[in-house]
Design a protein around this ligand. Structure first.
Ligand SMILES: Nc1ncnc2c1ncn2[C@@H]1O[C@H](COP(=O)(O)OP(=O)(O)OP(=O)(O)O)[C@@H](O)[C@H]1O
Length: 616
């Protein structure tokens, strides 16, 4: 042990600084041991019990020289409290468990010690700097020698507009000043700006092996020290992450860029991605970003004629579930409450919605692949649209629910039509836009997978001879293994993760990296046909919907038989056949045309809370 300054010792070899410090409650010794950081006061007061009040002072008399310690696994970092570097506070995170209905929510509360101060000598200042760096490196740098670099994409209009506040209260003071991470803040200036920002980022891609080893460290050792960004943090709602995801897949290097972890800090209205990752609040998100745990998350490619390709990680919803989101946009100022009001309104309305849905269960994937391979072989491996039963009809009706139908939706929602078309316009790079425009003019456009922007391979959809439009009446023209859902729904939603919003566990039992989406549906009355107006719900349906609404917070509706049915899907063919609703991907409306979804198992990586756990 070397003596560095007045009363300050540093056990250099074992990196165990022992500092003689002064707190507002009196002097003592601060020791960093292998398992804990301990402060032992010389006199009577504990640093954790300082503050005004005679009673507090009196109690501390009975706690003479009692050492206070923080387990190292709780440490987060330390902040220098003055320019001279002689004062600092140590920050740590304590786990809290709260009950939300029948499920536990594990979040973190951030706490700090009182201000420790040392004498102003070069040796003391150096020892403090060394201690601060040591705590930061071992607690919050993902096991690296240098601090990871986070790009924070901040949407100032998400939710109630609190994202900028979270930057000032958490991202900069805690992640940067306490944990010592490098944080670059970028504010979005308009819809889809997040995609542009992600497209232009210089990324520090971890090696494939490090990413595959995955769960432990978000970055991996190989990427350390490079100039790029180690993780992309979306400070906003689900829409902000969704837009960023589109940008990620517009990058020419998307195949490696997907190894850079994504994170969601909850500042929107729904925050389904953040909730599904266990990021219940900004404090917990800070701890997660410091610990650097990342898990694989499935991404779905969604193709829509004539040439759009979207990517989503959260959900495809339609009917009541879509109306309570998109139909309540004007109540955004209410935060999550708007979804509950929308849900109640949908129950009062008691509507069912018509749609055509086919899905491929995971266990049927192999059968489907071999069937389509042999069909292709029999056809001489021809590619592109065919004039078969599905393809022939499709050619004439590439946009199945016509302008009149979209007009009706637009009229109902004010800006719905502009929003949907506008998003498609914004999503596609300019060359794709012009291509898709040309294709829209031509009959049969967008019916082969090759008509869509390149990206992750789509073996299941490519196995279809063409993308059927409109969707057929039966599974006869589809490869083996495909199944059909009823044509009418009181509720329909396909989910990848457990939560659709912080207070909505819509997919209890869902796992975000299992390579399948869970399709929840409540069947409506038969005979609701194409382009028909939505029908009133039959008897008992309102009660089932109400049960679902009441059991949404913890997902307990799933325990009541007969409320909803669920199937797992590797791929989905979906066609909207109703004018009184929307089709919504990850909370963002898309045009009301057929969509073809295929799941890419575990393609991206999502940063999760240290206590994140999914059902087995
Ligand atoms: N600077 C901006 N000005 C206006 N709109 C923006 C800006 N930046 C992003 N947007 C748009 O804000 C919309 C809402 O963002 P986001 O989805 O993150 O919040 P939210 O809808 O409140 O949350 P959630 O999706 O979780 O319900 C997005 O559709 C996005 O296009």
């Amino acid at each position: 042990m070397a003596v560095i300054g007045d009363g300050i010792n540093l056990d250099v070899e074992q990196a165990r600084p022992c500092l003689r410090v002064r707190t507002p409650a009196g002097p003592g010794v601060l020791v960093l041991e292998e398992r804990r950081l301990t402060f032992t006061p010389d006199l009577t007061w504990s640093p954790f019990r300082h503050g005004p009040g005679f009673l507090r002072w009196l109690t501390s008399l009975f706690r003479r020289n009692k050492a206070q310690s923080i387990p190292v696994e709780q440490l987060l970092g330390a902040r220098l409290e003055n320019p001279a570097g002689t004062a600092f506070t140590v920050w740590y995170a304590v786990e809290r468990v709260a009950k939300a209905g029948c499920v536990e929510r594990r979040s973190f509360k951030l706490l700090h010690t009182p201000r420790f101060e040392v004498a102003n000598t070069p040796g003391d200042v150096e020892a403090v700097a060394e201690l601060v760096t040591h705590i930061r490196r071992t607690s919050s740098w993902w096991g690296r020698a240098t601090p990871p670099h986070l790009a924070a994409i901040v949407n100032p209009v998400s939710g109630r507009g609190g994202a900028a506040r979270v930057v000032d209260s958490h991202l900069l003071p805690l992640l940067r000043d306490v944990a010592g991470l490098r944080v670059t803040v970028m504010k979005t200036r308009a819809p889809m700006h997040a995609a542009e920002l992600v497209r232009d980022l210089t990324l520090n891609v971890p090696p494939a092996e490090a990413a595959a080893a995955g769960a432990a460290a978000a970055g991996g050792q190989g990427a350390e020290g490079a100039e790029g960004v180690d993780a992309i943090v979306f400070v906003g709602g689900d829409g902000t992450l969704y837009e960023g995801l589109q940008g990620l897949f517009q990058r020419p290097d998307w195949a490696s860029a997907v190894r850079v972890p994504l994170a969601a800090v909850p500042c929107g209205s729904g925050n389904g991605v953040a909730a599904s990752a266990g990021m219940w609040d900004a404090d917990t998100a800070v701890v997660a970003l410091c610990r650097g745990r990342a898990e694989p998350v499935d991404v779905a490619s969604v193709l829509q004629p004539p040439g759009s390709r979207f990517y989503c990680v959260l959900s495809v919803v339609y009917g009541a579930m879509a109306n309570l989101d998109i139909g309540t946009q004007h109540l955004r100022w209410m935060g999550e409450l708007r979804f509950h009001l929308g849900g109640v309104w949908e129950i009062i309305r008691g509507r069912c919605y018509s749609a055509r849905v086919f899905f491929l269960p995971p266990e049927a994937e192999a059968a489907s692949a071999s069937a389509s391979a042999s069909a292709l072989a029999a056809d001489g491996a021809s590619a592109g649209p065919r004039s078969g039963a599905a393809g022939g009809v499709a050619g004439a009706q590439a946009v199945p629910v016509g302008a009149a139908a979209r007009g009706a939706v637009g009229a109902a929602a004010g800006t719905a039509e502009a929003g949907a078309g506008g998003m498609e316009e914004r999503l596609l790079p300019s060359d794709e836009r012009s291509r898709s425009g040309d294709m829209a003019a031509g009959a049969g456009a967008g019916l082969a997978v090759s008509d869509y922007p390149a990206g992750p391979p789509l073996p299941i959809l490519s196995g279809l001879r063409s993308l059927p439009s409109p969707l057929p009446d039966t599974t006869d023209t589809l490869p083996a293994g495909w199944r059909k859902l009823p044509d009418s729904f009181a509720v329909f939603g396909a989910y990848n993760t457990q939560y659709l919003a912080l207070g909505a566990r819509m997919n209890p039992g869902g796992r975000m990296g299992d390579g399948a989406w869970d399709v929840w549906h409540m069947e409506g009355p038969p005979g609701v046909g194409r382009n028909a107006s939505s029908r009133p719900a039959p008897r008992g349906m309102r009660m089932r919907s109400l049960r679902m609404l009441l059991g949404t917070e913890d997902g307990s509706f799933a325990n009541t038989p007969g409320v909803l049915d669920v199937v797992k899907a590797r791929a989905l063919l979906f066609e909207q056949r109703d004018v009184a609703t929307y089709t919504v991907l990850d909370g963002e409306q898309v045009p009301d045309r057929p969509l073809y979804l295929e799941c890419h198992p575990g393609l991206c990586r999502l940063m999760v809370s240290p206590s994140f756990q999914e059902p087995r």
